[in-house]
Design a protein. Structure first.
Length: 463
């Protein structure tokens, strides 16, 4: 390879080899880089992504391709030469290939599947046949399976023969003659056992498996609870059909987190990167929830109209409406965010609903008391500086504000904590009980609580 200044940045090195006189050495330069460095170059030189992938050896091209952003992957496949595309798709691990294909239009998928060799085509069609968010879409058929009557020596020989094509060899799976899962055994057990020992002597029947139809989010929790790098996947007859590895689960966790964050922001989950989704699609994702929230706020206006006479008699009450309803919305949003996160990571289950409510009642009273006391003191102090603002009944106004804040904050914490649990119980995504949704709901009740407190304390004086 041509010598170059080692102090050059990665981008400067790429530009050096990309010149016309040094271009012949560009493939060697790219193939000697770390995969992460190649991906970084593609990120910085997006318009040359296809060229870079095309110059890599097929194995390194596949390793780089699977860690690229979806939009870049689409651009590469669209512009790559057909022969290179076919080689790339055939080289990709089955689970990564399936994850990419399921993001493409059906017509494009049909054309790309034609480029696969018969064996890979069969595997891909099988994986695509499972429900979209199921474990079956994540699994890979590249694993090592042995039988109980094999010796350790036979197992190690088998690993040498097929191990290079396996997704992982950390765990070896034991099956019977019918292909049913019997057990899983860590590789260290085989390495530390005498060669003539039988596999059956290492098995204890204690293993954890996933079903092909299990939800991917549930699989994420199983991995987290059991600290595994891979788990076997069986069908409804306990036949071992594949494995799921931790890298795929981390990808699912990232996707779920992104979707939940978008839903908690009061919009539908985006199925494309923000800068690549069309304006019309972005509009459709956002307008639905905005309409729902707008109608909710119209209920708030209706509630306020109900108390129009009270406002006419005691205009001073209108000063505190934003303060009251925003406090309830803020505490409700806090509680909702905490419970959604706890449900997502498995810290809270549906069976814990009473414990959650009890804690939020106590929290609501404490939080409301602190805010209510601040509101009470604010009215008292302000009335000493500007006596005409609240009039002679400023103590009653202060009491209305203070008690209302306790009630609204308490209602907000209860609503914000119970709504995600109720939605999960009904089979819906708790993330849709987003901060904007809870805040809108609490706004209506906040107005009702506030004016009822006002009638109770001010009736016969200001009302």
């Amino acid at each position: 390879m041509i010598q170059f200044d080692q102090d050059m940045t990665l981008q400067e090195q790429f530009e050096f080899f990309h010149t016309e006189e040094n271009r012949k050495d560009l493939p060697e330069f790219l193939n000697e880089l770390n995969i992460s460095d190649v991906a970084l170059l593609i990120e910085e030189n997006g318009e040359q992504a296809t060229e870079i992938i095309g110059l890599l050896s097929i194995h390194r091209a596949a390793s780089t391709f699977k860690i690229l952003e979806l939009g870049v992957q689409k651009d590469v496949i669209k512009d790559l030469q057909p022969l290179k595309t076919a080689a790339l798709l055939n080289e990709l691990p089955a689970d990564d290939r399936t994850a990419f294909l399921e993001e493409l239009p059906t017509k494009v998928v049909r054309e790309l599947i034609k480029l696969l060799n018969p064996e890979e085509r069969k595997i891909t069609l099988s994986l695509l046949g499972y429900p979209e968010d199921s474990v079956g879409r994540l699994m890979t058929p590249d694993y090592i399976a042995v039988q109980s009557d094999w010796t350790i020596a036979e197992v190690l020989e088998h690993i040498r023969e097929v191990g290079k094509d396996s997704e992982t060899i950390d765990v070896i799976y034991v099956v019977n003659d019918q292909g049913e899962l019997v057990d899983d055994v860590r590789i260290r057990e085989f390495l530390l056992s005498p060669p003539d020992r039988l596999v059956s002597e290492l098995t204890d029947g204690r293993y954890i498996e996933l079903n092909v139809y299990d939800d991917q989010e549930m699989a994420n929790q199983v991995f987290r609870m059991n600290n595994r790098v891979a788990l076997p996947v069986v069908d409804n007859n306990n036949i071992l059909v594949g494995i799921v590895t931790i890298d795929d689960i981390l990808w699912v966790a990232n996707e779920e987190f992104s979707e939940d964050m978008q839903k908690m922001g009061g919009t539908e989950a985006l199925d494309e990167p923000y800068l690549e989704i069309s304006i019309f699609k972005l509009f459709k994702k956002r307008i639905g929830w905005l309409i729902v929230l707008f109608i909710g706020e119209m209920l708030t206006a209706t509630a306020m109209a109900t108390y129009e006479m009270a406002l006419d008699k005691a205009l001073v009450l209108s000063i505190f409406i934003p303060l009251i309803i925003s406090s309830g919305g803020n505490t409700g949003s806090q509680a909702s965010s905490l419970i959604i996160q706890a449900l997502t990571v498995g810290e809270v289950t549906l069976a814990d609903w009473w414990n959650v409510m009890r804690r939020e009642i106590i929290s609501g009273v404490l939080l409301g008391t602190v805010l209510g006391l601040i509101g009470f003191l604010r009215v008292i102090l302000w009335s000493q500086i500007f006596p005409a603002v609240y009039g002679p009944h400023y103590m009653l106004v202060a009491a209305v504000v203070g008690i209302s804040l306790i009630g609204v904050v308490l209602f907000g914490t209860i609503t914000g904590s119970m709504l995600p649990i109720a939605l999960k119980r009904l089979g819906a995504d708790p993330a849709v009980s987003s901060a904007p949704f809870v805040a809108t709901l609490v706004d209506v009740t906040g107005v009702v609580i506030y004016f009822n407190c006002a009638y109770f304390f001010l009736k016969g004086t200001m009302l």
